[in-house]
Design a protein around this ligand. Sequence first.
Ligand code: FES
Ligand SMILES: [Fe+2]
Length: 425
Amino acid sequence: MADYAALVQPDRVHSAVFTSEDIYKDELEKIFYRYWVYVAHESEIPRPGDYCTKWIGEKQLIVSRAADGSIGIFFNRCRHRGAAVCMDEYGNANFFRCPYHGWTYNSAGDLVGVPYPSRYGEGFDKSTLGLARVPRVDTSAGFIFASMAPDGPPLAEHLGKAAGFLADFVKASPLGTVSLSAGTSKSAFWGNWKFVGMDGYHTNFTHKTVLDLRQRKAGASYNRGAGNSDKSANESWDLGNGHCRLDLTGRDKVAIGAASNTSIAAGIPDNADGHEYMRLMSEAYGDGAHEVIRRSRDVHIHVWPNLQLIGSQVRVIRPLAAGHTEVMSYPAMLDGVPDSINTERIRSFEWFSGVASFGTPDDTEVFERNQIGLRADYIPWLVLARGLTVAPQEDGSTVGNVTDEVPQRAQMKAWLRSMTSPEVS
Ligand code: FES
Ligand SMILES: [Fe+2]
């Protein structure tokens, strides 16, 4: 077993944390197969009988809504000889029938049918052979999380200060709910899953193309890159438990130009649909509607270990190997708004976040270069010392300049705790 405390120090991290296959396997056991992990969104299975298949690490799951409306998460493994019983990404059915020998389960996971049962002995008890259930499932603002540990802190305790941002995110809808109904942008890259973090230091360099485009749109008034520098009023936050965020609202104070908003949120158009949206929001949230919209638009958070909410985007991270990661992204549609408001959110998503956008491919390229670089480990340390001296605030959050490595240190702290603690804590 690696000496994790020696690999993760306050100001630096050893490259083995990102390149070792043994550490990757241990991460699956200690983090993904123990702690609360985001799995799916309620809107993906709205009706009884709806199901979808998802993954935690290498284990495939069925997320199912039973006839009584409750949500169950099952391991996708027949209790007979282990075949995956469901291979569809999404569907609606009363039963899951195993393709191998026909054992049949209902949407609550109970084994309800076994072909030719007379050849099983008397002690054969179907009631003990339902699909194995992930022991703990809970939701926050419609986001479904699971923990494979039967005991441990409840979801609300794990989420802590992050829960407020999940709630903010969905309030861009006057109904307070969003739907992941506009499809999925699927991608994978040859790099470690922990590269997908909250990094306010890379923007001016990795996203030069985006800045060039914004500059072209905004003209000479555009104060290029000021919001992503050490002079910026923007901030990086450690929210505790590995959750972290960027607060980009400081951009308003440094006048970097209106076009800077385009990547993180769909604007509200000055037309009939825009006015109708504002009317619905005012009806729902009263005088606070503008503030509700601003807060939702500014959500830029990583919920440790595998969920990110950025503007209109939900992003889910899955490790496939030490140097291989899958990223699923979903534009979150607002429930109860005119169609064109959601169309605009999709356009915004496509602009920066989709697999063929102006933003994400540059991130992916850098992550792959990062993995290549880390393998050349003659000197194996990564420096995470930016803003190391910022002290925690009274509520336990640590807040640094947007370019500080506050989020990276927050995540490595949570990582070290998970990897070294014998219990879920
Ligand atoms: S493995 Fe599923 S019925 Fe045999
Ligand atoms: Fe980026």
